[in-house]
Write a new protein. Sequence first.
Length: 475
Amino acid sequence: MTDTTATRRGTVLVVDDEAGVRASIRAILDGTCEVLEAPSGTAALELLRANDVDVVMLDQRMPGEAGIDILPKVKAHDESIVVVLATAVHDVRTAVEALRRGAYDYLTKPFDVDDIFGLVQRALEKRALEDEVIRLRSALAPAGLHSGQGFEGMIGRHSDMVRIYQLITQIAPTPTTVLITGESGTGKELVARAIHNESGRRTQPFVAVNVAALPETLIESELFGHEKGAFTGAHARKLGKFELAHGGTLFLDEIGSLRLDLQAKLLRALQQREIERVGGVRPLTVDARVVAATNINLRQAVREKTFREDLFYRLNVVPITLPPLRERRDDIPTLVEHFVRKVARECHRDVRGVSAGALDVLVRYDWPGNVRELENAIHRAVVLAGGPVIQLQDLPLDVALPETRSRLAEDTGLPLREACDQFERQYVLRVLERVGWNVSRAARMLGVHRNTVLAKLSGWGVRRPADPEGRSVSL
Ligand SMILES: Nc1ncnc2c1ncn2[C@@H]1O[C@H](COP(=O)(O)OP(=O)(O)OP(=O)(O)O)[C@@H](O)[C@H]1O
Ligand SMILES: [Mg+2]
């Protein structure tokens, strides 16, 4: 066995004053990981300084320092080392204290071979999973635009996004009208806010109006205001959004839903910088920078005569088109990281990352609802996660089982055999994920032999996510 293989497989340090105990643990673990031995706490700490150790098995009763007192020193050396304490059968209090001091688990003496084997496997897998999460983080850490955090609250370094950040910087200081297009949830409102924040108007109001969300009868007075008595119910003068945005930015969301007669009024407001309140007698000058957004194809609306051509060209002076998330998948890990942090903070949850398997699914999913859908999925996962790492089973079914959903949605005539195969694959993967890719445990849960699981995995071409060479699967 070469050194590299040994390191990748994990290193276990056995600390026990009895040479016989050390030798038997070595024999049990032989072939699955590298084993180091130390007869005392002092010797153990020395070995830790010289070697990369993943798991420390500490005996509680040794001459000199007891295991429970060595434990904090191991953790002080490297917080992420997984420590297992070996106690006497009746010593429950020490076991509890060990867990309190950061031990991962405890074993009782005399040892059961299966217990040792299983526990060390789990401990090594926990380490591998954490390594994977840490690796993901450091891969994300390097600076990019605005220290890697994207731009004005927008995450993403895909070239389309970078071009959009540049465009925003260029046009923000000018009074030009901007038309933002993009599918639902791609970040149109974020772009509108960024334009406002990057402009000289940032200290003035940013007023957002969703044209589609307002009742038809109210839109005109919402936008342009009304005079007292202009219509039944107009008990007092009301300022419209144009006036409220004076000096600042007016964001007209879902502009494609604006009624044709109001499109004419909007055009006039844009061209002459004048508006008229409903029931008003003279025009008022307003200085609001208009940014509009739509998720429909306005050019087509123009062809279909539901949108005024002149207004379209007036709005479309500077077009910004946001790419759908599925066209910038490389940004998904950064977005996931961002949302995990954000939601964990807001919901007071100790969730720090996602498993490699879950991330893989998140990156491959098509995200019809784009960033908003991803944000919601992560929110749900953070709230549901049973531990510090989000697992596949914490993700919404739509995301975790997209094949089933899309196939069943568009084609319920799927042959039973194929539907069963799909379900089987997803189910087995979920169980594996739940037990940290411990094939033996998964096999026990599934009620099949572990060779069956291994055969299925190789048939599907699936490898254990944390290990690119799939080594652990063949344990
Ligand atoms: N690049 C991004 N980085 C971080 N968060 C983003 C990004 N894009 C969108 N979001 C988040 O996703 C959600 C949806 O964004 P936003 O409301 O701007 O989308 P939209 O295009 O206006 O959607 P809709 O068409 O449905 O109104 C928001 O919570 C927003 O903060
Ligand atoms: Mg929006």
